[in-house]
Design a protein around this ligand. Structure first.
Ligand SMILES: [Zn+2]
Length: 146
């Protein structure tokens, strides 16, 4: 029997639930404006956002470490189309940032960048004026000192 391709569209709606670890992260970001992570003492790895188990050794973790608010730019890219491949009004620059004290990285907008960002540059977190417990409580990362 060979595979067949059937043309068509399938509408799927879903709801993302953040889980225990990410809920603690988003509540801390909303209520205190801090980035909550989880440290695995066995592996010596600090995860941000917080999570309930270590991805390496599966140890149970708590949301018990504050990281950032500054960090280091590990990589970046520029988006010119949205997820539906529609052109954006303006390109958006995204950065992969490792917050101070963390071993993992977060992807978010890079703000106030003139020209090409520099890998390794120091960045600071820019929080939203009104926070509601989502990733948009963080406006993005801007060059430290800007
Ligand atoms: Zn571990």
């Amino acid at each position: 029997m060979s595979a067949r391709k059937i043309a068509g569209e399938l509408s799927v709606s879903f709801r993302y639930t953040p889980g225990v670890g990410n809920t603690a992260f988003f509540e801390a970001l909303r209520d205190r404006g801090v980035f909550l992570g989880s440290r695995c003492d066995h592996c010596g790895v600090t995860y941000v956002p917080a999570r309930v188990f270590c991805e390496r050794c599966l140890a149970e973790l708590g949301a018990d470490v504050e990281c950032g608010p500054d960090g280091e730019l590990l990589s970046w890219t520029v988006a010119r189309v949205d997820v539906d491949e529609e052109p954006l009004d303006r390109p958006v620059t995204y950065g992969l940032v490792r917050l101070d004290g963390a071993d993992t990285a977060m992807l978010h907008r890079l703000l106030d960048v003139e020209g090409e960002p520099t890998i390794g540059m120091r960045v600071r977190s820019v929080l939203a004026d009104r926070r509601e417990g989502s990733i948009f409580d963080l406006d993005g990362f801007a060059p430290a000192g800007s």
